[in-house]
Design a protein around this ligand. Structure first.
Ligand code: ATP
Ligand code: MG
Length: 437
């Protein structure tokens, strides 16, 4: 069932129903709508009679989902006590009353899908034409009610290239510190959307201008004014460097790549020093530690956090790729989602000295090297060492890694030479000698 069908059915049953929200806005802007929402005067009990398959997603709020279409009963939200959820909601009879609880004028347009007519109670169409994000009603009150709206305003403004109307902007600046009431997961999701929906640079400039960056990512705000050696970074400070990289992020960028770009130099402010020239000694290690704290705070999944941290931890290694031992290089290529490491390095170069030599070299290796050269089947396992009479212990892994290095270098290629090498390595170490043989 399409949203149109649902509206037809609601109207046939005597109800008022319209398309509303992002779908109407996006269609007007001529961009593909992410989802379609319906608002109606039918209460949830009635919706379940009319649509027996409806799934209740928020009984309290009066929202049901029918075949992926979200249908919400017209409502007004009472006072928000915690700055996130209304204390209670009450159902109302008209779209006009419903519209007052919505966040921005461009999100409160009600479309009749059969006539194309739009009900616009707050000047949303004018704001769409002028490219303006404007809170409905008193902006301070509206952001006080729901602090998530502070971030939504920035997200919509950057996504559409709109400006934020001055009173709305002033309210965001004033209330920015209150964004701390928003659950970490919600903050993370808003930031991820800003990073991955295109125009990430303008989102972060706006976060900075509104004071929200200081609240949600002070570690990134700290990039501002951190000078870099001009011979490597003609573009300027760390903040400028990262903004240029954000600007280059492809729209298809994964959340991990986008966060990796944002955080790759997060260790620089704390490690800045100036002697013969500006240096950031140990910034990668320090940065991994800071990034880990940020990702924990924002409750990232382990999978995302691991990849983001790997991107931060490995981004400086590209400087050495043309001098790397073959085994080290192959181990580097083996990193999960190596294409993201490459993409980050490319943006890193393009936003600074623009030299792509190491990138081209590594991309060529990445694309041309057959998988079984990067990750050949092991010549020797722990079981082989046990069979040869060695007792399992801490030496095992080190010896096996050294044997694998030799294999990756191409200096051994069969099990006999692998075992011979293992014996040499054990002999050179303090491990107990084989118990048999
Ligand atoms: P997108 O889905 O592209 O992010 P959207 O406008 O559709 O944008 P949704 O979160 O899907 O946003 O919400 C649908 C509609 O519900 C919005 O257009 C708005 O009218 C209303 N809405 C959503 N979240 C809020 C909120 N925090 N405060 C007030 N109204 C909201
Ligand atoms: Mg939506």
């Amino acid at each position: 069932m399409t949203a149109r069908d649902a509206i037809a059915q609601l109207r046939a049953a005597g109800h008022s129903a319209y398309l509303v929200g992002g779908g109407v806005r996006d269609r007007w802007l001529g961009i593909p709508a992410s989802d379609e929402d319906i608002a109606t005067d039918a209460v949830p009990g009635r919706l379940r009679e009319l649509f027996p398959g409806a799934r209740l997603v928020g009984a309290h709020f009066g929202v049901v989902i029918v075949d992926g279409v979200e249908i919400a009963t017209y409502r007004s939200d009472s006072a928000y006590l915690d700055g996130r959820r209304p204390e209670s909601v009450s159902f109302v009879a008209t779209p006009e009353e419903d519209s007052r609880r919505r966040d921005f004028t461009i999100n409160a347009l009600y479309e009749d899908p059969f006539t194309g007519g739009i009900l616009d109670f707050h000047g949303g169409l004018d704001d769409l034409r002028a490219g303006v994000i404007r809170a409905i009603g008193d902006p301070v009150e509206r952001f006080e009610e729901d602090r998530l709206r502070l971030l939504r305003a920035v997200r919509f403004a950057s996504r559409f290239g709109f400006r934020i109307e001055p009173r709305t902007f002033a309210a965001i600046r004033e209330l920015a510190p209150r964004v701390s009431a928003v659950a970490a997961e919600r903050v993370r999701d808003e930031l991820t959307r800003m990073l991955t929906e295109g125009r990430a640079r303008s989102a972060f400039e706006l976060l900075n201008e509104t004071g929200l960056l200081h609240e949600v990512l002070p570690e990134v705000e700290a990039f501002r004014g951190v000078e870099q050696p001009p011979e490597f970074h003609p573009e300027g400070d760390v903040w400028t460097h990262v903004l240029i990289m954000l600007e280059g992020l492809p729209e298809s960028a994964s959340p991990a790549l986008a966060w990796g770009v944002l955080l790759h130099d997060v260790g620089k402010p704390a490690t800045f020093s100036r002697s013969d020239r500006i240096r950031f000694n140990g910034h990668v290690e320090v940065g991994v530690g800071i990034a880990r704290r940020i990702l924990n705070r924002l409750k990232f999944s382990n999978e995302d956090a691991d990849q983001i941290l790997a991107l931060v931890a490995n981004h400086m290694r590209f400087g050495d790729v043309r001098r790397m031992k073959e085994s080290t290089l192959k181990r580097f290529l083996r990193l999960d989602r190596f294409d993201e490491h490459l993409a980050l390095h490319r943006l890193d170069c393009l936003s600074s000295h623009a030299q792509l030599g190491n990138y081209d070299f590594m991309r060529e290796r990445f694309e041309s090297m057959p998988p079984d050269e990067v990750r050949p089947p092991r010549l020797l396992t722990g079981a082989d060492l046990i069979a040869a009479g060695y007792r399992p212990g801490p030496e095992f892994k080190r010896v096996l890694d050294e044997v694998e290095d030799a294999q990756l270098e191409g200096s051994i290629a069969d099990k006999e030479s692998a075992l011979a090498l293992a014996k040499e390595k054990f002999a050179a170490s303090s491990a107990p000698p084989p118990t048999s043989e």
